[in-house]
Ligand binder design. Structure first.
Ligand SMILES: Nc1nc2c(ncn2[C@@H]2O[C@H](COP(=O)(O)OP(=O)(O)O)[C@@H](O)[C@H]2O)c(=O)[nH]1
Ligand SMILES: [Mg+2]
Length: 301
C-alpha cells in the first residue's frame, strides 16, 4: 500500500486565447496541449497530470468559453462546461483588464458566471502579465476581488513562467485525500495517435488563416514503430476543395512545411526518428455533420 496522497481534478477555464493550454504545458512541464495565437485552438478536454511525492493534480485544459455559432463550437463549449462540473478546483484565467475602463470582456463575464454557478472553489489566474503595466495588474486584482468569487488571485505569465511555481504551490492546499488516478509517470490520458493528430493540427493553426484552420480536422491512420523509426500516416480533412488547395499550397509547399514542423515536434516528444506521411481529403461540411464530428473525435458531450 502506498502512502495516502492528496488528489483531484483541476479545471482550467477562460475565454478563448487567454493562455490556458500554454499554462497547462508549463504546469505539467511537457507540450501536451497545442497552442496558437488564434482562438478556439483547443477542441477537446485535454488532461495533464502533475504527480509529486504527496499529491496528484489532474489538470483539465478546455476549449475557450464563447457563444458558439455552429455544431462543432457548441460541442467544444459543452466539453468545457462538463469539465467545470467535474472539477474539484477551478483555475479561471483572464488577461489584465485594459485601462482606462477596466471592463472585463464579454466572454470573461460569461466564464465568471459559469464558474460561480458550479459553487466549486476557484482561483483566479491573471495571465500575460509580461505585457501589462504593474498598475493595470493591481487594478485587475482589485476589481476581480470585488466579485467575491475567488479564494486566491495569482498573477502569472504562462509564457515566461513567472508566477507559475507560486500558483502550483497553492494547488495541493485545495485538494483532498484521494486516489492516484494516474501512474506517477503519465502526463496525459491522450493516446499517442491523438497527440500526434493534435501536433499536426497545431501547425495548421499556426500557418493558415481565416476559415481554413477551423475547417480542418486530423486523423492518424497508422503508427508503426520500427527499430529506429516511427512511421506515421495521417489524413487531414477539410470541408471544401478550395481549402484543400490552400493546405497543399503551391508545389505542395504548405503541406511540406506543416509536415516538417509537426515531425520535429513529434520526434522531440517521443524521442524517436519519425517518417510522417500527410494526405488531404475533402469531407464536405464535416463540422456541421453529427456523424462526421463524432468520427473525427468530437462526440456529443
Ligand atoms: N505574452 C504572452 N502571451 C501568452 C501568454 N500565455 C499564452 N500566450 C499566448 O497567447 C496565445 C494563446 O495561447 P493558448 O495557450 O493557445 O490559449 P488558449 O486558447 O487559452 O488555450 C498564444 O500565442 C500564446 O503564446 C503569456 O503569459 N504572455
Ligand atoms: Mg487552448
Amino acid at each position: 500500500m502506498s502512502e495516502p496522497i492528496r488528489s483531484g481534478f483541476v479545471c482550467l477555464v477562460g475565454q478563448p486565447n487567454v493562455g490556458k493550454s500554454t499554462l497547462l504545458n508549463k504546469l505539467v512541464g511537457r507540450p501536451i496541449s497545442i497552442t496558437a495565437s488564434k482562438p478556439q485552438t483547443t477542441r477537446n478536454r485535454i488532461l495533464g497530470v502533475l504527480t509529486t511525492e504527496d499529491y496528484q493534480a489532474v489538470f483539465m485544459d478546455t476549449p475557450g468559453i464563447h457563444k458558439p455559432k455552429d455544431p462543432l463550437n457548441l460541442r467544444m463549449v459543452n466539453y468545457a462546461k462538463q469539465a467545470l462540473a467535474d472539477a474539484d478546483l477551478i483555475l479561471m484565467l483572464i488577461e489584465p483588464l485594459a485601462a482606462p475602463q477596466y471592463i472585463s470582456p464579454p466572454n470573461a463575464e460569461l466564464v465568471l458566471q459559469l464558474v460561480k454557478d458550479t459553487g466549486s472553489k476557484a482561483l483566479l489566474v491573471i495571465n500575460k502579465i509580461d505585457r501589462a503595466q504593474e498598475g493595470q495588474v493591481l487594478e485587475t486584482i482589485r476589481r476581480m476581488d470585488e466579485t467575491g468569487a475567488f479564494t486566491e488571485i495569482v498573477p502569472i505569465s504562462a509564457l515566461t513562467g513567472k508566477g507559475v511555481e507560486r500558483l502550483a504551490a497553492l494547488i495541493p492546499d485545495f485538494l483532498e485525500e484521494g486516489p492516484r488516478y494516474f501512474e506517477p509517470d503519465s502526463v496525459t490520458d491522450q493516446s499517442e495517435s491523438a497527440l500526434v493528430a493534435e501536433l499536426i493540427r497545431q501547425e495548421i493553426f499556426r500557418r493558415t488563416e481565416q476559415e481554413v484552420p477551423y475547417s480542418t480536422a486530423v486523423r492518424v491512420e497508422s503508427m508503426e514503430e520500427k527499430p529506429r523509426l516511427m512511421s506515421i500516416h495521417a489524413r487531414i480533412y477539410v470541408e471544401r476543395e478550395s481549402q484543400k488547395g490552400i493546405l497543399i499550397g503551391k508545389g505542395g509547399r504548405m503541406l511540406k512545411a506543416i509536415g516538417q514542423a509537426a515531425r520535429k515536434n513529434i520526434e522531440s516528444i517521443f524521442g524517436i526518428q519519425v517518417y510522417l506521411n500527410l494526405r488531404v481529403n475533402v469531407l464536405k461540411d464535416w463540422s456541421e455533420n453529427p456523424r462526421h464530428l463524432a468520427e473525427l473525435g468530437y462526440p456529443e458531450a
